[in-house]
Ligand binder design. Structure first.
Ligand code: AGP
Length: 615
């Protein structure tokens, strides 16, 4: 949800900024822009609607020199995607340029006050208000840029990660954050800043994750200074080692990041499981749980909060925790939970699930849960992100950077960690017998190989996808553990192919959606041979008898469904609780190939951004 990047050093800033923007483009691609200060202090600003490639074409016709610069790739919140609304925004006098990720909530009040002082606004953005406010403070109080930024931020309500530069000063960049991420890369006589570490990889492995209400002062030839926004005192600088490689950020021979991420799931799940199933699969260990075992043993309820795909993983987590821990579990959309006045106490555990660890609603939900006394646990992919830094404990899914906007390997990583967590907590609470642990943990340990097997269905799905590329609506049906799988399959198709798709509990279909069934509306039915198989067979028959077309996802060796369904896709047989992990593979592939057939940009679907850091 907007990416910012900045550079000060001895290399040409433009090149580093453009490469950084491309790595951050997954966060938003409505428009992009760059502000450069050359060594004479002249400022050049280039902006363009659309992707970073458009910006490059435009910028190269102008001045792109200088060793200091800031840049931005936008996911529009205030104001449509356009050249004028693109960042960087520049103050009225043209002296100060600023890039921003976040939302200034009180921008309307500030804008009016500045307008009363004669300020005029070119864009519809909240960000332009902030840069004008900085200039107004600087001009009226004759203070330094740093002091003006600090004073302005004290007046601002909302979320921000910002970078600010000033005409005439090729040696200073000011950055700050509150509720939006900002990473500083410390190189040899050069400094990088970015919304996440990806633009920094390959230049330095020393990073600082700026904390909320901190300002970073980057001055050429001086060590980085971090000060507290609230009391203006120096803060400790905690330099951490970055463990990301360039190879993880590249497509590795695949046409798209999404396809790479689908196919790397066997490897990512091996990383996710490593060291967590022990003693010949008789024991599951998660340090984040075990270090807080009294909390988990004495808990009276678990509430899972998340958004989007992560919320679908949470629905599967609910089943797992109920089955293995025998305790009440609730699942909430983070955006509803945070405004729902939840009743919580110190016997509650709230588990947040988030790939990025930056989703604004999920972050706010856990902050609320902590205020109310709950123990907050985070399941996250991005190491060092805001959510893991705001939880009491947690587990990383360790599936590596997910760059395709449509989540695939993060979903299977989340479901894997939720399975581990349910087994681990179930053991601690004495709610699960040893035989079940052994059976599930053994199969879970083999899941990377099982998924490797499941991926072999790709050519078959590619062929099948041609039959369905022209459908306008899809129904995805599943029951039990696979009702959330149906929701996730439908979301994948919607996101990248723009085909309308609904996920439904298969039995619920007859209470309304069945009215939609005709031969133009295919139904994808997740029907592994599990405890509800006989029930779902009836649901398939109900669709078929109304002229619907059925694609069924069935367990290997199934010999009944092919007599009813139009197409059957086989998946390896696994214990019922693990079927979502395996069944989601053909659904990811189906969505992918349909979108490709329709010529869509699967990695950067329209209107979406990878990490949603606004409400
Ligand atoms: C997944 O395909 C989506 N792009 C989206 O629903 C995503 O899962 C959601 O925005 C939550 O993101 P998070 O996991 O980073 O919190």
């Amino acid at each position: 949800m907007c990416g910012i990047v900045g550079y000060m050093g001895s290399q040409r800033a433009y090149d580093i900024l453009i490469q950084g923007l491309k790595r951050l483009e997954y966060r938003g691609y409505d428009s992009a822009g760059v502000a450069l200060i050359d060594n004479d202090g002249c400022m050049a600003v280039h902006k363009s609607q659309g992707k970073v490639a458009n910006l490059e074409t435009r910028a190269q016709a102008g001045n792109i020199g200088g060793n200091l610069g800031i840049a931005h790739t936008r996911w529009a919140t205030h104001g449509e995607p356009s050249d004028v609304n693109a960042h960087p925004h520049v103050s009225q006098s043209g002296e100060i340029a600023l890039v921003h990720n976040g939302t200034i909530e009180n921008y309307a009040v500030l804008k009016q006050a500045l307008a009363d002082h004669g300020y005029e606004f070119k864009s519809e953005t909240d960000t332009e208000v902030l840069v004008q406010l900085i200039e107004y403070i600087k001009h009226t109080t004759s203070c330094s840029l740093l002091d003006a930024v600090r004073e302005a931020l004290l007046q601002v309500e909302g979320a921000y990660a910002i970078a600010v530069v000033e005409k005439g000063d090729p040696d200073t960049m000011i950055v700050a954050r509150k509720s939006s991420p900002l990473v500083i890369g410390v190189g040899d006589n050069e400094t990088f800043i970015a919304s996440d570490a990806t633009p920094i990889v390959g230049y330095t492995d020393k990073v600082i994750y700026l904390k909320d209400n901190e300002i970073g002062v980057i001055r050429r030839g001086e060590p980085l200074k971090v000060i507290s926004l609230t009391d203006n005192k120096p803060s400790d600088v905690d330099i951490q080692q970055l463990k990301l490689s360039l190879a993880q950020l590249e497509k590795g021979g695949y046409d798209t990041f999404m396809l790479k991420e689908i196919f790397e799931q066997p490897a990512t799940l091996r990383d996710c499981l490593r060291g967590r199933i022990v003693d010949n699969s008789s024991h599951v260990t998660l340090s984040g749980v075990e270090l807080n075992k009294d909390r988990f043993i004495n808990a009276e309820r678990i509430t899972l909060v998340a958004c989007g795909t992560s919320w679908h993983a949470a629905l599967i987590g609910k089943r797992l925790i109920q089955d293995f821990c025998k305790m009440p579990v609730e699942v909430e959309y983070a955006s509803e939970f945070r405004y729902g006045n939840p009743v919580l106490n110190d016997k509650d555990i709230v588990i947040s699930i988030s790939q990025s660890g930056e989703t604004a609603d999920t972050l706010a939900a856990i902050q609320l849960a902590r205020e109310k006394g709950a123990f907050v646990y985070g399941i996250c992919n991005v190491v060092g992100a805001s959510i893991p830094r705001n939880t009491d404990s947690g587990t990383y899914i360790h599936v590596g950077p997910e760059i395709g906007v449509a989540s695939t390997k993060a979903f299977t990583g989340q479901v894997t960690v939720l399975t581990l967590l349910a087994l681990c907590v179930g053991q601690l609470r004495g709610a699960i017998d040893d035989e079940t642990v052994k059976k599930v943990a053994t199969a879970l340990n083999e899941i990377p190989d099982t998924i490797e097997e499941a991926l072999k269905v790709a050519p078959e799905i590619k062929t099948l996808s041609r039959v369905f590329s022209y459908a306008h609506n899809f129904l995805y049906l599943g029951r039990g553990y696979n009702y959330p799988t149906a929701l996730e399959g439908a979301l994948k198709l919607k996101e990248i192919s723009y085909i309308h798709a609904e996920g439904y509990p298969a039995a619920e279909m007859k209470h309304g959606p069945i009215a939609l069934i005709d031969h133009d509306m295919p139904s994808v039915v997740i029907a592994p041979t599990d405890s509800l198989y006989d029930k779902i067979i009836s649901n398939v028959q109900q669709v078929k008898s109304r002229g619907g077309t059925v694609v069924a996802i069935v367990s290997k060796g199934n010999s009944t469904m092919n007599k009813i369904a139009d197409f059957c896709i086989e998946i390896p047989d696994v214990p019922e609780c693990l079927t979502p992990l395996v069944a989601s593979i053909p659904l990811q592939l189906l969505a992918y190939y349909i979108a490709v057939n329709k010529g869509k940009d699967v990695d950067q679907p329209r209107n979406l951004a990878k990490s949603v850091t606004v409400e």
